[in-house]
Write a protein that binds this ligand. Structure first.
Ligand SMILES: Cc1ncc(COP(=O)(O)O)c(C=O)c1O
Length: 469
């Protein structure tokens, strides 16, 4: 009898956490149980997830930015069903298929005028690996400079460019000559570039870890420095690209023209893993520089037909629904609705980001009683307050959010780009409720916090739970 996925889901219902504990990553299962995030989700649609009890969750992680169009978008589903039914000749390998060309053409058309060519791969980190290799080949130089707090993926090359020690521990030695500079520090950047051996300066236009934003002047000067020292500028737009910030590429906000741009997450339509390296003619042709080098950088599943169809259907839906503009408008609606909360609650210091990558920045309150409680919490673990907000947002209000980075009191919101006023209002009311409780000192939040903290510390020794991407 043919494989029946519905039957498997029915027969094995509820075994998900046990299976993860037995044959997958048991630590992930432990973390999620500790936080009380152990649900059995059965369906996803638009901005929402549904569990087996029929409860609805507002998904402000969006698969770490994958679900720009929300989950189960009908146009993407139809395109993929159609593609499968057409029995397309997939991955012939010794072939130049049509759809990768059409998708590459569309991506090039949306990029700045210097971007002429595309290399397709399967994920964000793989796109970054490509960017590293392309930059080295194009410049003949070995070193890569990256920023503090950077996140570019977790394969060995990308990991070498990670601004957090916790991810690197035990995996070295990593790429020699990869050097961290503080995000936003032009002097430190120039000091490295002046050495003349830097192939690329790699940066996220808005950093995912912490939702850190640098001023326009930084980007203008960084590009100028790169050009002066003949170092390539690589914009990692894996998370910020494809409308997330209210422009198709986040670097457009700063008027810069990177030599290499990487994208991934949203291009998948939420269905088929894909990554892409967009670059200038000169960079690309330095890699594929002769007939002998036609396959010098490639991957089996790159350019696969289903990924290309998902990408094309995604771009089509973007245009149809005016997604980029919508993300900008909903971002502005968030900004307006969150501003009164910054005024009202001492612990909410600021809201930062652009469009629909939003950081809620928490910090020490001014009044004495609140400060004492804050200090007690932070003494248990740095940045515990944010976790304490994430947990009741989930339990009381069924909203999925994340702490933006380890040791940083920032909550990150990555709503689907189809989110609208309804989601803004629901989230802001929920946050208001949780922060009101924290301020009132009813003890509920702090009690909850203490329980979580104790259980987390018991399970993980003194190590904090690692914040996801
Ligand atoms: C900016 C950035 N670059 C690269 C990556 C790595 O992408 P992937 O997880 O698909 O390897 C991520 C993932 O979150 C990211 O946010």
């Amino acid at each position: 009898m043919a494989f029946d996925v519905a039957k498997v889901l029915h027969e094995r219902h509820g075994e998900n956490f046990a299976l993860h504990s037995q044959v997958l990553n048991p630590q992930l299962a432990r973390v999620l149980k500790t936080l009380g995030f152990d649900r059995y989700y059965v369906r996803g649609e638009g901005c929402y997830l549904y569990d087996d009890k029929g409860d609805r969750y507002l998904d402000f992680l969006a698969g770490f930015g994958v679900y720009a169009l929300g989950r189960s978008h009908p146009a993407i589903k139809k395109a993929l069903h159609d593609a499968i039914d057409l029995d397309l000749p997939n991955m012939v390998q010794l072939d130049c298929a049509l759809l990768p060309g059409v998708l590459a053409e569309q991506l090039v058309a949306r990029a700045h005028e210097g971007i002429r060519r595309v290399y397709f791969c399967n994920s964000g980190t793989e796109a970054m690996e490509g960017a590293i290799k392309f930059a080295r080949r194009a410049t003949g130089r070995p070193r890569i400079v990256f920023c503090s707090h950077a996140f570019h993926g977790l394969t060995t090359g990308s990991l070498s460019l990670n601004g957090g020690k916790e991810f690197k521990e035990g995996f070295g030695p990593l790429l020699p000559g990869s050097t961290e500079v503080p995000f936003g520090d032009l002097d430190a950047l120039e000091a490295e570039l002046r050495k003349g051996d830097v192939a690329a300066f790699v940066a996220e236009p808005i950093q995912g870890k912490g939702v850190n934003v640098a001023p326009q002047s930084y980007w203008t000067a960084a590009q100028e420095l790169c050009r002066r020292h003949r170092t390539l500028l690589v914009a990692d737009e894996v998370q910020t690209g494809m409308g997330r910030t209210g422009k198709f590429f986040a670097h457009e906000h700063y008027g810069i023209q990177p030599d290499i741009v990487t994208i991934s997450k949203a291009l998948s339509g939420g269905y088929v893993p894909v990554g892409a390296v967009l670059c200038t003619e000169k960079v690309y042709m330095s890699v594929f520089s002769s007939i002998e080098r036609a396959m010098v950088h490639s991957t089996t599943f790159g350019r696969n037909q289903l990924a290309m169809v998902a990408g094309l259907a995604t771009l089509d839906a973007f245009d149809d629904l005016g997604i980029v503009e919508r993300a900008r408008e909903t971002g502005e609606a968030f900004e307006a609705a969150l501003a009164p909360l910054v005024e009202r609650y001492e612990m909410l210091h600021a809201v930062r980001g652009k469009g629909l990558i939003i950081g809620l920045v928490f910090g020490k309150p001014e009044s004495r009683s609140l400060r004492m409680r804050w200090n007690a919490l932070e003494a248990v673990r740095t940045a515990l307050f944010s976790q304490m907000v994430v947990v009741p947002l989930f339990h009381r209000h069924r909203i999925l959010t994340q702490v933006a980075a380890d040791n940083m009191n920032v909550i990150k919101l990555l709503p689907p780009l189809i989110a609208g006023q309804e989601e803004v209002d629901y989230f802001v009311a929920a946050l208001d409720d949780v922060l009101r409780d924290a301020h009132r000192g009813s003890g509920l939040l702090m009690e909850f916090g203490a329980t979580m903290a104790k259980s987390a510390l018991r399970r993980h020794g003194s190590k904090p739970v690692m914040a996801p991407a």
